[in-house]
Design a protein. Structure first.
Lengths: 233, 615
């Protein structure tokens, strides 16, 4: 039986690497006592996979994971048991029985992000909204993406415009950050990192932002089903 | 609290940012504003190393158990983090509250190895705490240090306000209680330091003493600068390990550390009397925890951590008087949770092999043995009571049980060592190989590999070899070369430590107050993480010796006269200087001394008999 869960990764725990997160879940399964299925062999480990791992430093309120169980178990039980042992910042928010056969990672196509930009001076703050309107007028936005090809790192020029589903300026928040919402392509069939988008915004629109201060949070991930996009849960 | 966004920005740029975030399972975050005493514990190395240190878990839980006290942690920021912190002017902060270290009452370092000393200065500097004790003012954090290297405190005398000598469970709370008492009636820094030195056994406040030298640079004596403070600092020791505080939980790191397991201390002290071993001398006498107490603790530790392995920790775990019973009871108690037991230090005897058979039923990883020296003659000199026959029996049995990878630890540069002794390293290593391949082909299980590792011997204070002049770099190199060139076999690997690090370690280990100037200079000129070969800046160290006006070989290579006063003679670790000298003389004759479980060897601990009889 496979259970699909949604979980958060917030606060300082955004600095856990994917590997650390895998270790955390492995330990949490064993501590919570839920009957997760183990691989056979010399060095057994629990069977689970996290869909489309986040880059280090990005928060998320909606990560997805599929866990395989040796016996039938109620999804609510999985959620409650895990939440008693998971740390503050990583919590399961929903769990359902998964009917699918394809892996989660291969299904996720879009991510919805909240991008918070730090505008360095007051003058740039007042003009930010206007400048951002100019984005829609750009036909194409080319950026250099670094790719690994064999042993070498090469730079590939890509147009990121088709990788953006939606981009919206919300408002300035309490701490003074400009809050943007962005729907970006994710996964094997095209991927845009939100940090690359922030950099492109600065390059093309001269917003006056301190890129190193950028705060990013994934709000949700989406799969494409019959050319409609929907949430994995 | 430090600036959250600044920290965020910095963490985005460093490797393994999880080193700096805290929030691990079983870490404790209290309200700092409600605490009467705020303590920061620091292991002066990178997070993963520090988190593997059992003493940290003990003191952390010990202090936090007190309702009005807080203990948080800080480690040495890795070089990339230091660079970012300096450029962003981000002060060093604790993992729990992300509060500046300098806003705490105490900063306590554990001194586990000399090559971490420059990290201590770096931690002070990054915290904004004055490096030198004499520059600290009222309100500045009080800097404390303890641990094995504190037994020779003088090389750090300028930087540390209070040394605590010996086991920390009691003295730490006594010190913090005294602080609380002083705070009630208008706190004065100096008055507190003096009172601690006067009232608490094991406390050494270096600023209250001077060291006086002879013309040749050796120590002539010491002088107290005020009355009523002890001339001799007696180490602290816990008498009953069953009733003392033992941690019932351990912080579980997110990052992979050196030991990802429960570490459970089963006894303190060691009775073998190996003459090179400082721990074997300073932690005497031997005191065990009972099987019942260990079973009780193991349950709480496994429950709170979720770890699946319990490591039985001590100086020589196979010596535990009821090892077999302990191991089988532990396995039985935790059988439903698949919890395993591991023994980190093995001796070459049949009992340990029997126990090993029981605990390592599944995974046949490598086995490690430490003959320490290549010839029987030299093993007698160092009093390592292990024979070639012991090695043969143990290894043969291990091969029969399915092990195929063996590691052997040796030291080079031991007193009286000859080329023949050194070549014994090769001989023993090949003996292990032959024992594997001389078995019938169908009985050889696995892919055989033997690794011999040689470290360069560093004479330490409070050992019978404290008089011994360390081998020079050239001597080390030629002896290493001898072994290295003689090994030509793809089943046999020979590793060795860098003699340069061992030389620096030897200078600092037996250093006096003059050496502290060199440590300061070395740090000022960029030395940190000296224990990490990729960061060791040897030339800067040599320049620092020169700038401080000291000759490194005076401390490392000089053969001491038998009546020399040592910089650490004012510390009393239990065993007497005359005992150590007697052992040194016996060593030079190749005479062995029996394990003191078999009968007292007169080390000078006066009321030792009360700790029970072992046989």
């Amino acid at each position: 039986m496979i259970i699909r869960v949604r979980f958060t990764k917030t606060g300082y725990l955004k600095f856990l690497s994917h590997l650390d997160l895998v270790r955390l879940f492995t330990r949490s399964f064993s501590r919570s006592g839920i009957p997760v299925k183990f691989t056979e062999g010399f060095n057994p480990h629990p069977k689970f996979s996290i869909g489309n791992p986040l880059s280090l430093g990005i928060e998320s309120t909606a990560e997805y994971m599929e866990i395989e169980f040796a016996e039938d178990i109620r999804p609510e039980k999985v959620m409650v048991s895990l939440n008693t042992v998971l740390p503050e910042g990583i919590k399961v928010t929903e769990a359902v029985v998964s009917e699918g056969t394809a892996s989660l990672t291969s299904l996720i196509r879009w991510s919805h992000y909240e991008i918070r930009l730090w505008v360095k001076n007051e003058a740039d703050r007042t003009t930010l909204a206007d400048k951002l309107k100019g984005w829609d007028d750009l036909d194409s936005v080319l950026i250099d993406k670094k790719k690994k090809k064999g042993k070498n790192k090469i730079s590939v020029r890509v147009d990121i415009k088709p990788l953006i589903g939606n981009l919206q300026f919300k408002d300035f928040d309490q701490d003074g950050f400009a809050v943007l919402a962005a729907l970006l392509k994710t996964g094997e069939e095209g991927n845009l990192k939100p940090s690359d988008l922030a950099e492109a915004l600065e390059t093309h629109l001269s917003l006056g932002i301190d890129l190193e201060m950028t705060q990013i949070k994934r709000l949700d991930a989406f799969v494409e089903k019959d050319s409609k996009i929907e949430k994995p849960i | 609290m430090i600036d959250k966004y600044k920290l965020d920005k910095v963490l985005m740029k460093v490797e393994k940012p999880a080193r700096y975030i805290g929030m691990e399972q079983n870490s404790i975050k209290k309200d700092l504003s409600k605490a009467a005493v705020k303590f920061v514990f620091s292991f002066p190395d990178v997070y993963e190393v520090g988190m593997s240190h059992l003493g940290m878990h003990i003191l952390y839980n010990l202090i936090n158990k007190e309702a009005d006290m807080v203990c948080e942690r800080v480690f040495a920021p890795w070089v990339d983090m230091e660079e970012q912190m300096r450029s962003e002017k981000l002060p060093l902060f604790t993992l729990e509250s992300k509060e500046e270290v300098r806003n705490f009452d105490f900063l306590g370092f554990t001194l586990q190895y000399e090559m971490s000393y420059t990290n201590i200065l770096n931690i002070l500097d990054l915290s904004g705490i004055p490096i030198l004790s004499r520059d600290r003012k009222e309100g500045d954090t009080i800097v404390v240090a303890g641990g094995p290297c504190a037994y020779n405190p003088e090389p750090l005398w300028q930087f540390i306000d209070i040394f605590v000598i010996g086991e920390g469970e009691e003295i730490t709370l006594e010190l913090l209680d005294l602080y609380k008492e002083h705070k009630k009636e208008g706190f004065g820094r100096k008055a507190f330091l003096v009172d601690a030195a006067r009232r608490i056994q094991g406390v050494y406040v270096p600023s209250l003493y001077t060291e006086i030298y002879n013309d040749d640079g050796t120590v002539r004596g010491r002088m107290k600068l005020i009355d009523d403070i002890p001339e001799i600092i007696e180490k602290r020791m816990i008498r009953d390990l069953d009733t003392m505080f033992s941690p019932e939980s351990m912080i579980v790191p997110y990052l992979e550390t050196v030991h990802d397991r429960v570490s459970m201390e089963i006894f303190r002290g060691c009775t073998h009397g190996c003459r090179f071993c400082q721990a074997g001398m300073i932690y005497r006498p031997i005191r065990e925890k009972s099987v019942d107490r260990l079973l009780e603790l193991s349950e709480k530790l496994v429950e709170s951590t979720g770890y699946e392995t319990i490591s039985l920790s001590s100086l020589s775990s196979c010596d535990y008087s009821q090892l077999q019973m302990l191991v089988s009871s532990l396995l039985e108690k935790h059988s439903d949770k698949k919890v395993g037991v591991s023994l980190p230090s093995l001796r070459l005897n049949s009992v340990s092999m029997e126990v090993l058979k029981e605990i390592e039923k599944v995974r046949k990883s490598g086995l490690t043995f430490a003959p320490e020296a290549g010839s029987q003659r030299l093993r007698d000199v160092i009093n390592k009571g292990v024979s070639e026959e012991d090695l043969e029996t143990a290894v043969t049995m291990a091969f029969k049980e399915g092990w195929s990878r063996v590691k052997l630890y040796f030291m080079i540069g031991l007193p009286t060592e000859t080329d023949e002794d050194v070549m014994g390293i090769k001989r023993l290593t090949y003996l292990v190989k032959d024992l594997f391949f001389n078995r019938p082909k169908e009985e050889r299980i696995g892919n055989f590999q033997v690794t011999a590792s040689a470290s360069c011997f560093v004479p330490k204070p409070f050992t019978p070899f404290q008089w011994h002049g360390q081998a020079t770099e050239e001597e080390f190199r030629s002896r290493i070369k001898l072994v290295k060139d003689s090994i030509r076999d793809n089943k046999v690997t020979f590793n060795y430590h860098d003699p340069k690090t061992s030389y620096l370690e030897a200078v600092v280990a037996r250093g006096d107050r003059k050496v502290s100037d060199a440590i300061l200079k070395a740090w000022e000129n960029g030395c940190r993480f000296d224990g990490w070969s990729e960061h060791l800046k040897y030339d800067i160290w040599l320049a620092a010796f020169e700038a401080a006006g000291i000759d490194g070989s005076f401390y490392a290579n000089r053969q001491r006269s038998l009546d020399e006063i040592f910089p650490w003679d004012f510390i009393s670790p239990g065993p007497s200087k005359s005992y150590l000298l007697r052992e040194y003389k016996k060593a030079l004759e190749g005479d062995t001394t029996r394990d003191c479980r078999l009968g007292c060897t007169g080390c000078g601990i006066s009321d030792c008999a009360m700790w029970g009889v072992f046989n």
